[in-house]
Design a protein around this ligand. Structure first.
Ligand SMILES: CC(C)(COP(=O)(O)OP(=O)(O)OC[C@H]1O[C@@H](n2cnc3c(N)ncnc32)[C@H](O)[C@@H]1OP(=O)(O)O)[C@@H](O)C(=O)NCCC(=O)NCCS
Length: 166
C-alpha cells in the first residue's frame, strides 16, 4: 500500500457515504445502516490519502469497513461472534491494498477485544481478499436479491494477550 495513505478507526458517520455509493448505489444512506454498528464494541475503519487527522473529511475517504458483535447464523448462541460488513473501496482506488489494510485493522480490533469467530457474507468477486486474510468458506454460494452471489467466509481471531478489555 502507498506510504501516503492513512488507515485508522473513524466514527461510523465517516464511512456511510462511501458505503452507500459502492454497496447500495441509488439507495438512501439511512437504508445502508447495519443493526449493531453503533454497539460500543463495534469498530469502523477507513483509509484516506492524508496524514492522520482528528476529523477526516468523508469526501476523501477511499476505503471503509466495520466489525460488530454478532453470532454467526450457524452458531446463534456463540458469545464471541463478530461480523465483518460494509467493505468498500472507491472504484478508482481498488487493487492498491486499501481493502486489505482496512481488513487488517478490523481484525486487530477483534483481537484486542477478546478475539473470537469473525464471519461475513462475502460477495463472490471479493472472495480472494478474505482468503488472503485467512478466512475459509462455509456452505454454498447463495444469492442475495438485487446484490448478487455471496458465500459465507469465516476465521477465528486469537485474542491479543493483555489485560481484559471492558
Ligand atoms: C472488495 C474490495 C473492498 C477490495 O478492495 P481493494 O482496496 O481493491 O482491496 P485490495 O487492493 O486490498 O485487494 C484487492 C482484492 O479485492 C478483490 N477485488 C474485487 N473486486 C476488485 C476490483 N474491481 N479491483 C481490484 N480488486 C478487486 C480481489 O480479490 C483482490 O484480491 P487479489 O489481489 O488477491 O486478487 C473492493 O474491490 C470493492 O469495494 N468492491 C466492490 C464492493 C464489494 O464487493 N465489497 C465487498 C463486499 S463482501
Amino acid at each position: 500500500m502507498d506510504d501516503d495513505i492513512t488507515v485508522a478507526f473513524v466514527p461510523a458517520q465517516t464511512t456511510w457515504s462511501l458505503r452507500q455509493q459502492v454497496l447500495r448505489p441509488g439507495r438512501l444512506i439511512s437504508d445502508c445502516l447495519y443493526r449493531g454498528e453503533d454497539d460500543p464494541r463495534a469498530a469502523h475503519a477507513a483509509a484516506w490519502p492524508a496524514p492522520p487527522a482528528p476529523a477526516v473529511d468523508r469526501a476523501v475517504v477511499l476505503a471503509v469497513g466495520v466489525v460488530l458483535p454478532e453470532a454467526p447464523p450457524w452458531e446463534a448462541n456463540r458469545l464471541d461472534g463478530w461480523r465483518l460488513r460494509g467493505m468498500a473501496t472507491r472504484e478508482t482506488a481498488r487493487g492498491r491494498g486499501l481493502g486489505t489494510a482496512v481488513l487488517d485493522l478490523l481484525i486487530a480490533h477483534v483481537s484486542s477485544h477478546g478475539g473470537g469467530l469473525l464471519w461475513c457474507n462475502a460477495r463472490t468477486p471479493a472472495l480472494h481478499l478474505y482468503q488472503r486474510a485467512g478466512f475459509v468458506p462455509r456452505g454454498e454460494v447463495f444469492e442475495i436479491p438485487e446484490i448478487g452471489p455471496h458465500r459465507i467466509m469465516w476465521r477465528t481471531v486469537p485474542a491479543t494477550p493483555g489485560p481484559p478489555f471492558l
